[in-house]
Ligand binder design. Sequence first.
Ligand SMILES: [Zn+2]
Length: 166
Amino acid sequence: MSDMKLIADGMLGKVARWLRMLGYDIKYADDLDDKEILRIAAEEKRIILTRDYQLFRKANASGVRAVFVNGRTHTEKLADLSRQLNIRLEIDIERSRCPKCNSAIKSVSKESVKDRVPPSTYKMHDEFWMCTGCGQVYWKGSHWKKINSSLDQAKKILLGGNAETP
Ligand SMILES: [Zn+2]
């Protein structure tokens, strides 16, 4: 399922960024109307992820696959998507996409990012990745830990009902 392509409506920006980190090719359609989302989904064979019941119905009516995303919090939404689309909630950074622009990211040498990251980051980390599209540099810093704890929360929701807090 990992070559599944997706398109998310404007209400799912954060979830879209997480799905990119999980390795999914996902367009974030925050400036598109329903008609355009439906057209792109049909043309590029993307599954629509939406919080908009009208859009969900329109997609069904026109034969485009769509998932209506349930959940209040971002982690609940992610858990719901994982359930509906069988998405694995583990990041394999070799397959991750850039959360900003959806391009592939690649491992780069520490030396090559010396002038592009804060000195303290450079000192603390040895592994870096760079987006092949926008050039954004990534490392496993505090943001990384936060994402992983969100994924853990989503897994807990999947396993044991809907409790957000332990
Ligand atoms: Zn990028």
